[in-house]
Design a protein around this ligand. Sequence first.
Ligand SMILES: NC(=O)C1=CN([C@@H]2O[C@H](COP(=O)(O)OP(=O)(O)OC[C@H]3O[C@@H](n4cnc5c(N)ncnc54)[C@H](O)[C@@H]3O)[C@@H](O)[C@H]2O)C=CC1
Ligand SMILES: O=C(CO)COP(=O)(O)O
Length: 317
Amino acid sequence: MTYRKSKIENRKTVVILGAGAWGTALANLAWVNGHEVRLWSRNSSQTLAAVLQDAADIVLSAISMKGVRDVALLVKSCPLSPEIIFVTATKGLDPQTTYTPSQTWQTEFPHHSVVVLSGPNLSQEIEQELPAACVVASKNFAAAHQVQLVFSSSRFRVYTSPDPIGVELGGTVKNVMAIAAGVCDGLHLGTNAKAALVTRALTEMVRIGQVLGSKTETFYGLSGLGDLLATCNSPLSRNYQVGYQLASGKRLTEILNTLPGTAEGVNTCRVLMQISQQQNITIPITEQVYRLLESEVTPQQALDELMLRDMKPEYNQ
Ligand SMILES: NC(=O)C1=CN([C@@H]2O[C@H](COP(=O)(O)OP(=O)(O)OC[C@H]3O[C@@H](n4cnc5c(N)ncnc54)[C@H](O)[C@@H]3O)[C@@H](O)[C@H]2O)C=CC1
Ligand SMILES: O=C(CO)COP(=O)(O)O
């Protein structure tokens, strides 16, 4: 009931960039709350400038990582209200700059608030109106709270966070771990192996996050552990599907040609390898996923490499 009241009193104009699975699901969430929603994609008949005119309040990007920088530059070329809040829902890393999507948006729009939206949110379940929760994170609490009000409902619970990079890295790095989890299940390695993999995956995510300036506790929340659990355990996840099919011996190109939508973990894995070399971060699971994607190892060899690493205490590199 509270949400209905706020919708009537505080109706926002929300422009969603990207009409794929996630952009469409988010558009529906804002629309059922009574907001004006304009959905734009590169295939739209309307120009972006026309969609952005008349003072949009929120511009949310659910573009795949490979299109984020181009679309941000296109938005920059349009007349914009200085009050617009940018929200990014992309889970990826830019291969040229190694920036997260929010860093890319903030670089292009330094005077606007940027909010990250992330969590365990398989779009097909959201479209079926099943309950879910997510986090909206920003250095500007007021901006995050506005986005929280726009998307919150009895079937979508939205929390705020002051750690945008941590929230974003959780959603981004777990895609690589979901590929590993798909391999684990595809090889029928059992519940013990899966529990070990997901637990060590979280350790690896925390380690990456600490070097890149995130708060450790963020990784134990919805956008970290939550999204890791959802994606590593669901055949709905495209990243999990990539791993599962790799385990059956299929080649990556063949898998990607038939995959429904984007598996960001493939690109993210390559960018994380760059970052780990520059920053000297130990990322054994990511490294084995990378070698598997590059056909340098078989799934069985990747498993052996992980199992036979140097012996060490649990809470150490
Ligand atoms: N589908 C899901 O369950 C969820 C997806 N995400 C993230 O949201 C992002 C989008 O995912 P989906 O909607 O599932 O993917 P999708 O493949 O269904 O849609 C991608 C959208 O990006 C646009 N796009 C792709 N390349 C582009 C380019 N070069 N220039 C301009 N536009 C381009 C496409 O036209 C399309 O509108 C990904 O980063 C994904 O990790 C996040 C949470 C849930
Ligand atoms: O990020 C997601 C769920 O939170 C979607 O996962 P996939 O991109 O692997 O389908």
